[in-house]
Structure formats: C-alpha cells, structure tokens
Unconditional design. Structure first.
Length: 216
C-alpha cells in the first residue's frame, strides 16, 4: 500500500490537496488515467476559434448523428440495412443534418473522407450533410457490444481520431455517444454536436472542443 498525495485543479487557480491510499492495482489505474489516456488534455476552444482551425484543414470532426426519433428503438441490429428496426432521424434531425452541412460549406471548411456508422441514423446524417459517406462496421454502436468488442471498437476509433487527413482537408466521422466515450472519455451531447480533434498519429489525439448545432 502507498499513500499518494497530489493536487486537484479546480475552476479557480488553487490546488486542493487530496490523499489516497492506493494498492498496486490502484496505482496502475491512476497511471493509466493520467498518462495513457489517448486524448491529450488541452484547454477547450470556443466555436469561432474551432471554425478558423477547421478552415485550415488537418482535423477530425466527430459528429454524433443528428436528432433522432425517440419514439423508436433499435429492436434488431443484425441487419443494419433495414432501417425499419432502428431508431431513425426525426424530421427535425433531417433538417438539422442539412443545416450542419450547409454551415460547414458556408464557412469554407474543406471536407475529405466521410466515415459513418452503419446505423441508418448515422448513414442518413452523412448523406444529408455531406452527400454520403463510407460505412464502417468499426463504428457500430458500442451499447450492444460485449466488453471485448467494446474494447476493439474503442481501439479502432482511437486510430481514426489519430489519423491525419490528407490534401489539406478534414476527416468526418459520424457515429454515436458511447463510442466516443469509450475511445476519448468525451460524451457527445446533444445530438448533432461536432467534437473537434487534432490527430497526432498512432492512437494519440487532442480534443480541442465542440460545436453544437446552434453554434454555427
């Protein structure tokens, strides 16, 4: 056992001393959280600053699918080409996806590769906002996956978030809440939000901030 003392940063510029009695396993967990988490810490930036960065290219836009119809549920995900057994975009969501695409285009943000979860609400978001995207099973919703599959999906998303776009463009990923939470410890809310990442190669990236559908 080891007594470990450190300071926690809070909203004002002072430190609060905290003591933990850690076992060997606890030390390994703390080391993982502080050192090995792929999303490097940074001060989150406001939407206008993010837009200026995106205009230069070289970033990853992770979009949670647009607003969905909450009266529907995913009842059968064995065939994701069958939208009748899934929660789909609402009428509001379809308009929202189109508006997101128009906003990105009006700000002259260059878009290259668009990758989407195979769920219909993500495919439709990509289609309405960007004219389509490449479906990837590596972006399947983690909520229905077991622990091993969730870890695999997390690893694959980390690679995508860390991969630098080519040709001065930005890469778009359209997927779900749980996937980003597992891969980057970021919970994307509300539906239609865009989280911006700077890829660093390998499985490393920096989370720069987010733009909600009403902040364009």
């Amino acid at each position: 056992m080891l007594i470990f003392t450190f300071c926690l940063k809070v909203t004002k510029p002072f430190c609060l001393p905290v003591q933990y009695i850690l076992s060997a396993r606890g030390l390994l967990t703390l080391f993982y959280l502080l050192i090995l988490t792929p999303a490097q810490s940074s001060e989150l930036q406001d939407p206008q600053t993010l837009i200026k960065k995106l205009q230069q290219g070289g970033y990853i836009l992770y979009i949670r699918h647009a607003a969905s119809n909450r009266s529907q549920t995913d009842t059968n995900t064995s065939d994701l080409s069958n939208c009748a057994t899934q929660r789909n975009l609402s009428a509001k969501g379809r308009l929202q996806a189109k508006a997101i695409g128009k906003a990105i285009k009006s700000h002259n943000i260059p878009i290259g590769t668009v990758i989407t979860s195979p769920y219909c609400r993500c495919v439709d978001t990509a289609q309405l906002a960007f004219g389509g995207g490449v479906k990837s099973d590596n972006l399947r919703f983690t909520i229905s996956a077991d622990a091993a599959e969730t870890q695999r999906l997390s690893n694959e998303l980390q690679k995508l978030l860390a991969t630098k776009p080519t040709g001065g463009s930005n890469t778009v990923i359209v997927a779900h809440t749980g996937n980003l939470k597992e891969a980057a410890k970021v919970w994307p809310k509300p539906e239609g939000v865009i989280h911006v990442f700077k890829p660093l190669g390998g499985k490393n990236f920096t989370h720069l901030g987010h733009i909600t559908p009403t902040q364009w």
